[in-house]
Design a protein around this ligand. Sequence first.
Ligand code: FAD
Length: 339
Amino acid sequence: PHVAVETDVAIIGAGPTGLFAVFECGMLRMKCVVIDTLEAIGGQCSALYPEKPIYDIPAHPAIAGADLVHRLEEQAAPFSPIYLLGRRVEALSERDGGGFELRTSKGELVRARAVIIAAGAGAFGPNRPPLNDLSAYEATGAVRYMVARREELRNKRVVIAGGGDSAVDWALSLKGIAKRVTVVHRRPKFRAAPESVAQMEAAATMGELDLAIPYQLHGLTGKDGVLDHVVLATLKGEEKAVPADHLLAFFGLSMELGPIAEWGLGLEKHHITVNPATCETNIPGIHAIGDVATYPGKLKLILQGFSEAAMAAHAIHPRIYPGEALHFEYSTSKGVPAE
Ligand code: FAD
């Protein structure tokens, strides 16, 4: 593995609190790298509710999730953070002689003198159906959880599983491109925009796509990751096999703490326990802030995560600038560097 970057502080998670930690560290002359599994910054605000207004951000009577993220990015920009997106932090270890080494899912190493874990409820990933040989079919792209380019599915037989907007929208979008589209759902009611559901049902009536209801995914048949059938079953156990080149599964995103649980950190019910005065974990030099951190009186609110970012940055400062007294200063007297 190559060392992608050496920095003062490695921040795991580009949610609102991780982004604000860049600013707080920057004000104390500490450089940051921010790593996130998602391809975009913003954590839950971007992934789960970009258009919903948030009402309890001080001085913003209402601000949409995506707008908050945009402002945080702008506020962090003068400190030139390095964003490593689309990769999960798999391993975190202490280095001989001090500091830490993080390994990402892309095999890069990030070296840092301190770490801030701002991992929310964990890394986002698709909910994967429990099917035989799933990983072999995922590896070849036969089973997918997202579609980058519709053209990749031209003239393919596609089974789409799920009952939400993604399943319905992709069924409508692919019906004129794919050779055959079959939508599998366990019950007649879809949790999607009624207008889209009506369009999908009309397309089914016209024979432009097939609906397999009430069916659930049951198995995959094929060889070496090349799919030939998706096997469906009703709750009563009646099975049918649908010829398919691809399965698109849209069962939503879930978050899991994943590898973080294995780093020797003190945990309490899937949260990292910290000292509330410094947000330091049981491992000196590793701090945790935002939704992932817990202590008596913790509120899982963005505004509390912001304050934790400030406390963690101040607590980390002596590691980066040992022996240098940290004189408390207001941002108004200091200003931020020109970008
Ligand atoms: P998150 O936003 O969860 O971001 C964590 C990031 O870390 C994720 O992007 C994840 O992919 C990444 N990550 C995790 N593990 C790894 C790893 N190993 N490697 C790489 N990346 C990793 N809060 C409010 O204060 N006010 C509200 O009105 C409000 N409304 C909400 C409405 C909804 C619908 C939801 C779902 C939440 C709402 N919240 C609200 C909660 C708020 O969104 C969270 O408190 C906030 O997002 C937490 O920020 P965070 O930075 O700690 O973590």
